[in-house]
Design a protein around this ligand. Sequence first.
Ligand code: KIV
Ligand code: ZN
Length: 512
Amino acid sequence: MADKLIIFDTTLRDGEQSPGASMTKDEKLRIARQLERLKVDVIEAGFAASSNGDFEAVQSIANAIKDSTICSLSRANDRDISRAAEALKGANSARIHTFIATSPLHMEKKLRMTPEQVLEQAKQAVRFARNLVSDIEFSPEDGYRSEPDFLCRVLEAVIAEGATTINVPDTVGYAIPELYGHFIKNLRERIPNSDKAIWSVHCHNDLGMAVANSLAGVKIGGARQVECTINGLGERAGNCSLEEVVMAVKTRRDYFNLDLGIDTRHIVAASRMVSQTTGFVVQPNKAVVGANAFAHASGIHQDGVLKARDTYEIMRAEDVGWSANKIVLGKLSGRNAFKQRLQELGVQLESESEINVAFTKFKELADRKSEIFDEDILALVSDESVTAEKEQYGFVSLFQQSETGELPRARIVFTVDGQEVRSESEGNGPVDASLKAIEAHVKSGAEMVLYSVNAISGSTESQGEVTVRLQNSGRVVNGVGADPDIVVASAKAYLSALNKLQSKADRVAAQG
Ligand code: KIV
Ligand code: ZN
């Protein structure tokens, strides 16, 4: 019988640590619901002790999600662990993931602790956590750059204290597949009680090898859990990508001989949801979820695929949920059809009033755009004005004028804590004028570090999706806005980024 490979998704924790990818509680809950539909085994919902917002996000996910194990990260101290346990109280199945760095560099320079102190703290943390929850994961941070002898002592000790999963992070993405695979194998062979825990891999993508390293950890090292994120989201070059690792194991079952619980038909929807929520656009040639992943532009390839699909395709597009550019709804679609499509897309709005707001927005959009695609619906429900979450700034209306040879002008109406304000400005172009008009009133002083526009469903008739990345006082946030008018989409994205700058003020960094 084949072993099962556990898929541990950390989009909402490690993915969210990526500068600009921070998500609100409602956004996290929506993504968690999609991960549950995907049948992810473990969802790392956040780092409960890092902020009140993250605590509430972990708590609401633990209360709402019933089919996946819900996990919270915590540093190896009693306070963090207690916060994690408290946030996880409502979960059907809860896991605490505690970690402490074990590499010489991290212990000396970051923690300023001796190896013996680190060993004691790791044991104490697992012992403490074990009294609160039975499912305990331990990670030696920067594990791959740790001294193997010391690492063996730490891991043997935490297993003896009751850790049920041992995760070996390649925190800085330094590993090479064969070496990482043997590193895990060696640890498992040397540690006498290694069979009492499930072994897990956690690889960062700094050298572009996170997926290859994770697969080597599974194949050579015998790991049976992979930690990954949707679209490979994560700090710096990101984490191991869920869709790639899952489809590699599924497509090459002949080689891996492992079972997966994942319902791969929801992969593309999950990818779009994460991209639209965070503003991290998926590159067209990204494996599995990129727009070109199943497109056959060359005549030779098209001819081959038409004669026999497997001449050039090793996976079926529909198996990962590509039904893109299918017109799903139109102007005449009713509330029930809209509600059903939301359900099929894995979007659960919290209340009837949210559904009503979303449906009104859908009708407005359908009046302006004859064909409505899944991407449009997802963008529409990502709009902050649909969710109950009270935001400081909200878009109302925009007028802008531009003509060749004239300086463009914009006049915008938006809400600040529910009160309408009007502001106007000139600018280099209509987008510039509109954002300057907002800034003239708000005076955030934030620096714009990225502005990008993407056509949601590919043509000029489609909605424009704009990402604005703002930086202020050391914090970076992404705002996303969608509208058939890209100037309006830009204003929405700017206001969304301002809201995020407001809401994520005090946060403890996970690995700081
Ligand atoms: O990369 C890392 O080391 C981590 C740990 C906290 C597991 O994310
Ligand atoms: Zn990590």
